[in-house]
Design a protein around this ligand. Structure first.
Ligand code: NAD
Ligand code: MG
Length: 412
């Protein structure tokens, strides 16, 4: 199924019953607790101790840091993605004197995402690896805070259907989509004639660099404005991050690709904008700190403290805008092309990107090899739309095999 092409679903969903109604502490499952979004989420939660408590914290392989987080946040469950590390995790938790139960593997991740004790699930695993637990949270009717953009890029249709069927509440953590959610709030049925969404992009570390042939992984992960995980930092440097976000916006807000624009805004102060039919453009501004969108989602519809610095207008330099350079950064156009081609193309785009970025970070592929690998994979990838999650996973696996072949051809 394609993303709907009319913005009639642009209204943010109404708040469901939760802590603000019942007055009790909200249980939170945090998928990807040891990552960058994980750390920002825990920082916000720690500012509101009576309001949120951890039900489950998860990580892929960092047992030590996960145990440390358990000491601080005392969840019921700690889940390590790699099953070989469950014993080590259990010993670490026991040595710390914690009652927290150690679990492991993909099934356990999905189970803690659907656990009845969790009111809120923060989906902050990186990559398509986060799809199944994110979908499990959506199916279980949770308040789902979505940072894991790869999940919605791969399975937008299934995820949105699951949210609608279960009554889950999907709130976007990604700063651009969070900004759009804020800009659309209050735009009722009658006034919400939206002309376009404008996603802002910093342009990444190579915005002003002509020759990208010698780019190193260290340079690529040094983002000018945001501190993030390594994969999304490389995605920001190639502009694939913005491409993935165009697809994400299309599913979240129900807009056709031609209604979603991207503008480079190097200062990262305006996080995105909505242009309405009367000519009004509504923007959301703030310092570049992911704790702001996380706090927005955790507190919604209340505004709660995030700990982020206030925006100092008098200290601000000029806010500038430019068009993205689609020839130096072909990944953005590849993503638009995939939206037009349908869901199978988006799955292949994401899978090939994950394979190529991993190879680049390992020093096996030059920077320019990332779009080249993706383009070559897309030319060979299947086109049939997936009917269910197994089909999504099969398309993802097939595209990864193709991308690995393309990579081998390039790195021989
Ligand atoms: P990160 O690399 O810092 O953290 C990733 C987390 O996922 C870690 O806890 C890791 O243990 C876990 N993980 C990795 N692979 C896994 C696997 N196979 N199975 C289970 N768990 C696994 O990444 P991040 O920067 O926090 O980004 C997380 C997600 O949020 C990404 O989808 C990213 O695009 C999105 N996002 C991040 C930011 C940001 O500022 N960091 C902003 C917007 C969106
Ligand atoms: Mg973003």
């Amino acid at each position: 199924m394609r993303a709907p092409d009319h913005p009639d679903d642009a209204e943010p969903s109404a708040p469901r019953a939760g802590r603000t109604v019942a007055g009790r502490s909200q249980g939170v499952t945090l998928l990807g607790a040891t990552g960058s979004i994980g750390a920002s989420s825990l920082d916000v939660m720690a500012r509101h101790p009576g309001r949120f408590h951890a039900v489950a914290l998860t990580a892929q392989s960092k047992v030590g840091p996960l145990v440390e987080l358990c000491v601080r946040f005392r969840p019921q469950f700690a889940v390590i993605g790699d099953p070989a590390l469950e014993g080590e995790l259990a010993r670490g938790l026991a040595a710390a004197g914690l009652p927290t139960r150690a679990r492991s593997g993909a099934a356990a991740l999905a189970e803690v995402a659907a656990d009845p004790a969790a009111d809120v699930v923060i989906a902050a695993i990186v990559g398509a690896a986060g799809l199944l637990p994110t979908l499990a949270a959506a199916r279980a009717g949770k308040r789902l805070l979505l940072a894991n953009k790869e999940a919605i890029v791969c399975a937008g249709s299934l995820l949105m259907e699951a949210v609608a069927a279960s009554g889950a509440q999907l709130l976007p953590v990604d700063s651009e989509h969070n900004a759009i959610h804020q800009c659309l709030a209050g735009a009722g049925q009658q006034q919400r004639r939206v002309r376009r969404l404008v996603l802002t992009a910093s342009g990444g570390p190579f915005r002003q660099r002509d020759d990208l042939s010698q780019v190193t992984p260290e340079e690529a992960v040094a983002h000018p404005n945001w501190v993030m995980g390594r994969k999304i930092s490389v995605d920001s440097a190639t502009l694939m991050n913005k491409g993935l976000e165009v697809i994400e916006a299309s599913w979240l807000f129900g807009f056709a690709p031609e209604l979603i624009d991207v503008v480079i805004h190097p200062q990262s102060v305006i996080h995105s904008m909505v242009e309405f039919g009367d000519g009004s453009v509504v923007a959301q501004l703030g310092t570049p700190d992911m704790r702001t969108p996380i706090a927005y989602c955790l507190g919604f519809p209340e505004r709660i403290d995030s700990g982020s610095a206030r925006l100092d207008f008098l200290a601000l330099k000029a806010l500038t805008f430019e068009a993205p350079d689609r020839s130096r950064f072909p990944c953005l156009q590849l993503a638009y092309d995939c939206l037009a081609r349908g869901p199978a193309a988006s799955i292949a785009l994401n899978a090939a990107n994950e394979i190529a970025v991993e190879a680049f970070l390992a020093g096996r592929l030059p920077f320019a090899g990332i779009p080249a690998t993706i383009e070559a994979t897309l030319a060979r990838a299947a086109a049939a739309a997936p009917a269910d999650v197994d089909a999504v996973l099969a398309l993802d696996a097939a595209a990864r095999r193709l991308a690995a072949q393309e990579l081998a051809a390039r790195t021989r």
